[in-house]
Design a protein. Structure first.
Lengths: 310, 282
């Protein structure tokens, strides 16, 4: 066999293997560091937590396999039940941030002198850390020094000790959380309102739509992307609530303000003992609740992707 | 424009609106205004029961001086800087690369990896807590700034990738094709064509991540424990136990802790809001 020149000349064969495969290799190389980091710190730990939740483990000594023992214990744990119910309260009430944010956005969507500054000042609570928001509101609620009771007294009402009362404390914390969350939803809607098609508004006006009807039938449908994002960040925020509870009540009074994220931390990493396995089991429950929403969000985004692909 | 521009309304309505604006703002910021007032009062005001009235004297310099010269606060602030800035650089750098890979190339598993980043970004922190803490301890990084930085970079890469990839998708693809026809290597396309176009996205992300990381409390609690490595969000609780029930100092301390992200927001407002509202408009 003699080597003859191929009828169809090879793609420049002096170029190396890398050059020939560069369209597959380049994205892989670019992805590698990010994916590696993300796998080590996010993806793998999720599976590890599932595994740890099957053990009784103090974080230092030997771990003992106990199967679903931790989950069985959860079923009869009163504090766990309280935490779940509080999570439900957080989820439902936190969603108020969306209409409240829309309301403020509509109020501020004008072009008068200084309105930009007003918008910024309404928004900036969102930039504060939850720790600071928690402190600010715990002082706001102080029975004697707090300005809330000052205002109540001004209107001749009885003073309340919001954070000291087991029936009120959770609502007090949620109210504090709603403050920055509403600001976030407001800015989403302000941006959305900016992009509302003026011609459709005019057409609506000609058809005699006004006020609430205009808002509902003409404006809100155009604000759908903003509403979706507001919904996503509000749900995630509600289920992530930890900082405010830790700062404002530390779970009290009498454990009445615990939520899953806080109770998990308490069990795994605080003076109540280092029960890593039990904590991991609580985290798994929280994760599964979150997974319902994550699944929904991803499905929505998947629909958008398909549309964008033409 | 919706609602109807106020200029088209009767003069009375306009005046009402102008009057309502400051009142609404004061009500909205009332808790914060109260704290700001606390922080300039003398201690004696609290003993005398003068909580919301006119301060009997203005002790701004004294109170804030205490925070800066008589507590660990400056140390915590510096720790926060040393944690936040490397995280911003690391997460933005990593996500420029992942965003480029996912936004430009078509390959099997592209969407899968992209959705992994998005999903990971939504998980509750608690599901990561025990393993991440364990890993950090065994790597000898517990109670170090580096331990915190590495975790933050990894976690923020999720959100940053979502952001960068969508931004790159919106760039004109013809630019990249033109460069390829010219024979420019892929690496050079990234460096000389795409990266310069990503500047606005990089700016927006940097400001956002700065705020997120500066304000982190949970991971500071899990991965650090003393003034050596704790950022200001965790340090403020020790600060508050140092000055327990001295509201004038505690409020000054929390205002100091809040200033850097607030300043960042007011200075970089356009970028900040552009980043935060990405996707809110189709």
């Amino acid at each position: 066999m003699s080597v003859t020149a191929p009828a169809v000349p090879h793609a420049p064969s002096e170029r190396g293997w890398f050059q020939r495969n560069r369209m597959t290799l380049t994205p892989l190389l670019f992805l590698l560091p990010g994916v590696l980091f993300f796998a080590v710190y996010v993806v793998i730990p999720i599976f590890q937590s599932f595994q740890i939740s099957l053990y009784e483990w103090d974080g230092l000594g030997e771990a003992t396999y106990i199967g679903l023992g931790n989950y069985q214990e959860l079923m009869t744990d009163r504090a766990f039940e309280v935490s779940i119910w509080n999570n439900v309260k957080w989820l439902v009430l936190y969603l108020l941030a969306i209409p409240a944010g829309l309301f403020i956005a509509l109020f501020l969507n004008q072009t008068v002198v200084g309105i930009r500054l007003y918008k910024s000042l309404f928004f900036f609570p969102f930039v504060l850390s939850q720790v600071v928001v928690g402190l600010v509101f715990s002082w706001f609620y102080l029975p004697r020094e707090g300005i809330l009771n000052g205002v109540l007294a001004f209107f001749g009402l009885e003073p309340v000790n919001v954070l000291g009362d087991p029936t009120l404390a959770t609502y007090g914390i949620i109210a504090a959380g709603l403050w920055p969350q509403t600001a976030y939803c407001m800015i989403l809607y302000l941006t959305g309102l900016n992009a509302v098609d003026p011609e459709q508004i005019e057409a609506g006006r000609l058809d005699g739509a006004k006020g609430i009807r205009m808002l509902w039938y003409v404006v809100l449908p155009q604000l759908k992307p903003a509403t979706f994002i507001a919904f996503v960040v509000t749900i995630i925020g509600a289920l992530r609530s930890f900082d405010l509870i830790s700062i404002m009540t530390n779970g009290g009074p009498f454990g009445s303000t615990r939520v899953l994220s806080f109770y998990m931390f308490e069990k795994a990493l605080s003076e109540y003992g280092f029960r890593m396995g039990y904590g991991a089991a609580i985290a798994v429950v929280l994760f599964l609740i979150m997974l319902i929403f994550i699944g929904y969000f991803l499905w929505q985004m998947w629909q958008d992707e398909k549309e964008a692909r033409r | 424009m919706f609602p109807t521009p106020i200029q088209k309304r009767p003069v009375a309505a306009q005046a009402l609106y102008q009057g309502l604006l400051p009142i609404a703002l004061i009500m909205w910021l009332l808790p914060l205004i109260a704290v700001a007032l606390f922080s300039i009062r003398p201690f004696s005001d609290f003993g005398a029961g003068n909580y919301w009235g006119w301060p009997s004297s203005f002790e701004m310099f004294h109170n804030y001086g205490q925070v800066f010269f008589n507590s660990d606060m400056p140390r915590y602030l510096w720790n926060s800087v040393l944690i936040t800035v490397p995280t911003v650089v690391g997460a933005v750098a990593l996500s420029c690369m992942t965003g480029f890979a996912l936004g430009i190339y078509r390959f099997r598993g592209n969407l899968l990896i992209f959705f992994m980043f998005i999903a990971g970004n939504f998980v509750p922190f608690q599901i990561l807590m025990v393993p991440v803490r364990d890993f950090t301890v065994s790597a000898g990084l517990y109670d170090t700034k580096l331990g915190l930085v590495l975790f933050h970079i990894a976690f923020q890469t999720g959100f940053c990738t979502l952001f960068m990839r969508n931004f790159i998708r919106a760039l004109p693809y013809e630019l990249i094709e033109a460069a390829r026809v010219e024979g420019v290597s892929e690496w050079r396309i990234f460096w000389y064509v795409v990266l310069p176009l990503m500047r606005p996205a990089t700016a927006a992300l940097s400001v956002l991540i700065f705020t997120f990381i500066w304000n982190d409390y949970f991971w500071a609690l899990v991965l650090t424990q003393g003034p050596n490595a704790q950022p200001v969000t965790a340090g403020i609780t020790s600060f508050n136990s140092q000055f327990v029930a001295q509201y004038h100092l505690m409020s000054a301390g929390s205002i100091v802790a809040a200033i850097p992200p607030v300043a960042m927001f007011f200075l970089m407002q356009r970028h900040f809001i552009a980043g935060l509202t990405l996707g809110a408009v189709k």
